[in-house]
Design a protein around this ligand. Sequence first.
Ligand SMILES: [Zn+2]
Length: 110
Amino acid sequence: MSRYCDIYMLAFDGEVCPVCGRKSDRQAKPDDLCFLVEKEQLWSGMLADVLEQHKIHFIQKNVLGAGLAAKIGQVRERVRFYVFFKQLPEATDIVNELFSSPFEGDGNED
Ligand SMILES: [Zn+2]
């Protein structure tokens, strides 16, 4: 049984949201959109492709607004993925397979 944080759109086990620390009595429902993972834009296209191949519905949210990212320029935009709770276990498996390496492209400036 998982609970659900409305603020961070996060399904979690236990009583307290690990992100905002709020106690939640709300149980996660199959159609709740749940935070899956945050990735650099570099990787988000690949992840989106694989999720589509597995017929997993998802939404993406850019962490930086497009305008802000363009102004900052060198800062890489990051993308958050959200999936329905009923598909969260499968989506989590896919993420773990794709990104099993601790290397995520960070700290590799050339
Ligand atoms: Zn929370």
